[in-house]
Design a protein around this ligand. Structure first.
Ligand code: I5I
Length: 486
């Protein structure tokens, strides 16, 4: 039993925070490269967050003011400005829903929602998370969606919550957030790096697909704050955490899954009088793009979130901009930049106005980099993962800015020197004496990506993940889209 101390639901709770150490403090990804490696080749009603039958939501104290450096922008261009919020952000990150700069977002993607059934990747990477999932899944058929961390999602109490509110936690907070920002779209993001195993087993099996799709419908009726669903299958065709999964049949599987989800969302819309969106986060490297029939699949999707980050990282000795926009003469791999990913996805059949480009609110770093020139480490080779904020090799933007960049427009700190590759449109911080290198998106590169999205007729921009930003990156995304401060 994961949480022997879990009180019965009728006991009043005043928890300010989880009294037990949480398995969800581990991010969804082993941080071992989602796009990396060419070897994956074969490898209306809704106001108040409710449906028609939902009681009104008490919005006392909402909307929450923008905090930290977030500035209010007018979205005068109508572009998508989306960001992922992680369920486990309420623990060590201390980033609950009320810190989301909701008035500056069109979409919040809630990561991650798991699927019952075979989840060996989770079992291996996060045993406590696996046993929590097992208990959520008891009595439910395999291939049903469920909430993962019930405490974070439904039970943690916030000011103004009544102890017997059936929905507190993140989802209760999202209901209040949405009731005070009615235009925002909130989508559960199903899957992610460690929770994708079941997709491989369900996508090509009509009965399992039906179980999954109908459970998503039930989920959306139960938690009516949600406006559709985001599918984060990492990845059709393979190349994800579980190296044993992925085949060429995932191509038809992905299309079938999108088709059936869209049909269900249309049906649900007729039942509730609301509109529901279908989106998907997709690997942006050429090998990942090639595994999907974009011509067909796009027809069912509202938006495709291209994960134009994680192109390089300390899981390999190769050095490169992890979230660069343009290729340069030094690029090791063709296709591992934002602009190339957009070109490739559009050539494969994704309409520009459904494409959303990803901005990284985090960096990736190496230690022990050798062989580069004094001001250009990328000509050398990487060593190990740099010490990270939460995970080795991965740093939140907020920490990069304060500890290594020396402020929002700093030129470097703590032995690091700031450089900006104007061709790649990518910043990096290089500590030559220690051989430490950090690649990331900063204000300038985030603005460049949003400007690129606007000039190329894309739907907009999104980011992973909102708690890692101090507001400066999201502000830059708005600036790049041409939005003016309110
Ligand atoms: C990371 C985990 C994820 C990431 C980048 C680093 C998950 C995603 O991106 C993602 N983007 C859209 C859907 N999922 N991890 C670490 S440590």
């Amino acid at each position: 039993m994961l949480r022997p101390g879990l009180p019965a639901p009728f006991i009043p709770r005043v928890d300010a925070q989880s009294p037990w150490s949480s398995p969800w403090q581990v991010a969804d990804r082993a941080c071992d490269g989602s796009n990396g490696g060419d070897n994956g080749g074969d490898s209306g009603g809704g106001d108040n967050g409710g449906g028609t039958d939902q009681p009104p939501v008490d919005t006392t104290g909402w909307p929450k003011p923008l905090v930290e450096n977030n500035r209010a922008y007018r979205n005068n261009t109508g572009h998508v400005v989306a960001s992922y919020f992680v369920e486990w952000g309420v623990y060590g990150r201390n980033f609950p829903v009320d810190r989301i700069p909701a008035t500056n977002l069109t979409h919040i993607l809630y990561g991650f929602v798991p699927i019952c059934g075979p989840n060996p990747t989770l079992q291996q990477e996060n045993p406590a998370g696996y046993s929590a999932l097992q208990s959520q899944c008891s009595g439910k058929p395999d291939y049903s969606v469920v909430l993962h961390d019930k405490f974070a999602a439904l039970e943690k109490s916030y000011p103004g919550d009544k102890w017997d509110d059936p929905i507190r936690g993140n989802i209760g907070q999202l209901m209040k957030m949405k009731a005070s920002n009615p235009g925002i779209r909130v989508l559960p993001s199903i899957g992610g790096w460690t929770l994708s195993d079941p997709f491989f087993h369900l996508a090509n099996d009509a009965a399992r697909r039906a179980t999954f799709v109908s459970s998503v419908k039930t989920f959306l009726k139960t938690y009516a704050v949600f406006d559709g669903v985001d599918i984060d299958w990492e990845y059709p065709g393979g190349g994800g955490a579980n190296t044993g999964l992925g085949s060429s049949s995932d191509r038809t599987g992905y299309t079938s899954l999108m088709r059936d989800l869209r049909a269900m969302l249309t049906q649900l819309g007729q039942e509730t009088g609301r509109t529901y969106e279908l989106t998907s986060a997709v690997g942006a490297g050429p090998a990942k793009i090639d595994q999907v029939d974009w011509q067909q699949a796009s027809t069912y999707l509202d938006y495709v979130f291209a994960m134009t980050y994680d192109f390089y990282g300390a899981w390999s000795g190769e050095l490169g901009h992890h979230a660069g926009l343009n290729p340069t003469a030094q690029s090791i791999h063709e296709g591992f930049t934002g602009a190339e990913a957009v070109t490739n996805l559009m050539a494969a059949g994704v309409p520009a106005d459904k494409l959303v480009m990803g901005v990284a609110m985090y960096g990736r770093g190496w230690s022990g980099v050798t062989g580069g020139t004094v001001d250009n480490p990328f000509t050398g080779t990487g060593g190990n993962k740099i010490a990270g904020t939460w995970e080795a090799g991965v740093l939140d933007y907020r920490q990069i800015e304060s500890a290594f960049q020396g402020g929002a427009s700093g030129k470097g700190a703590n032995g690091f020197v700031y450089y900006y590759d104007t061709q790649a449109q990518a910043p990096y911080l290089w500590n030559a004496s220690r051989g430490e290198l950090i690649t990331y998106d900063d204000v300038r590169s985030a603005r460049a990506k949003a400007d690129y999205a606007k000039r190329n007729g894309l739907a907009g921009v999104f980011s992973w993940e909102i708690d890692a930003d101090n507001g400066n990156i999201l502000n830059a995304m708005h600036e790049g889209l041409g939005h003016s401060p309110k």
